[in-house]
Design a protein around this ligand. Structure first.
Ligand SMILES: Nc1ncnc2c1ncn2[C@@H]1O[C@H](COP(=O)(O)OP(=O)(O)O)[C@@H](O)[C@H]1O
Ligand SMILES: [Mg+2]
Length: 233
């Protein structure tokens, strides 16, 4: 469903950050990207979402080449990207955050908002509350809900459990599993590598902008080299 190949991208400096990285996601999957800090994992998600310009490579969604499409075009092609930080508007209400995430597509917006409230009742309870008053876990659910407002075919999540307590992180992983079981493939970057790989069909290890390893989630989580490099033993 997603086929990203040979991605080369950076931020204008001499050296590129992504040096040919590739990622596939098939229907029904949860796929996790792990790797050291600064490896280019966030840049990889941004390159897939159309938020950093590509100097090389291709991005295909369900066989359609979206490489030349900007972020809005890729959103229309079914990609939704939830950034790691600043992913909600703190001084706007929960409801306003959901509505603004429709990118001006107001037809059916109320119904889509209600579907998200049904999925995440805590957001319904807090629909009038300012987003900055939410707990970390609730804020992350709101950010995912905003992604869902475009009715994506693939959800990209950048470190969804960053900064959450172990309990909130576990609840968020449960929410990701539940979303996936409702039919939505998920591609995420995670620092909680072991926990994320355990719930993933497959994983990728990215090091200095290149693919270093790939395999089944549980298989990678058990790989001694992966454990030594990323999990502290
Ligand atoms: N907006 C930016 N401008 C310039 N350099 C950036 C920017 N964002 C990230 N970088 C650099 O790109 C490299 C990879 O960053 P990133 O993709 O965020 O890594 P990761 O998510 O794996 O920690 C880092 O060296 C980082 O400093
Ligand atoms: Mg990152």
């Amino acid at each position: 469903m997603l086929k990203a190949e040979g991605l080369v991208a950076g931020y204008g400096a001499a050296e590129e950050i992504l040096k040919g990285a590739w990622i596939d996601v098939e229907a029904g999957e949860i796929v996790t990207i792990i790797g050291p800090n600064g490896a280019g994992k966030s840049t990889l998600l941004k390159a897939i979402a159309g938020l950093v310009p590509l100097k090389g490579g291709t991005v295909k969604m369900n066989g359609a080449d979206v490489t030349r499409q900007d972020a809005l075009g890729r959103s229309k092609a079914g990609l939704a990207f939830v950034m790691q930080e600043k992913n909600v508007f703190g001084t706007m209400s929960v409801a306003e955050n959901l509505d603004i995430a429709s990118f001006g597509n107001s037809s059916g917006m109320a119904a889509r908002r209600e579907a998200i409230y049904a999925r995440y009742p805590v957001l319904a309870e807090k629909r009038k509350a300012m987003a900055r008053t939410l707990s970390g876990g609730q804020r992350q659910l709101l950010a995912m809900g905003m992604g869902l407002m475009t009715e994506p075919k693939l959800l990209l999540l950048d470190e969804p459990t960053a900064g959450l307590s172990p309990k909130a992180a576990e609840e968020l992983f449960m929410a990701i599993i539940e979303l996936n079981q409702s039919g939505l493939p998920v591609l995420m970057v995670e620092q909680h590598a072991l926990e994320a790989l355990e719930i993933s069909t497959r994983g990728y290890v990215i090091v200095t902008g290149r693919n270093a390893a790939t395999g089944g989630g549980k298989e990678l989580a058990a790989d001694p080299e992966v454990r030594r490099l990323f999990l502290g033993g």
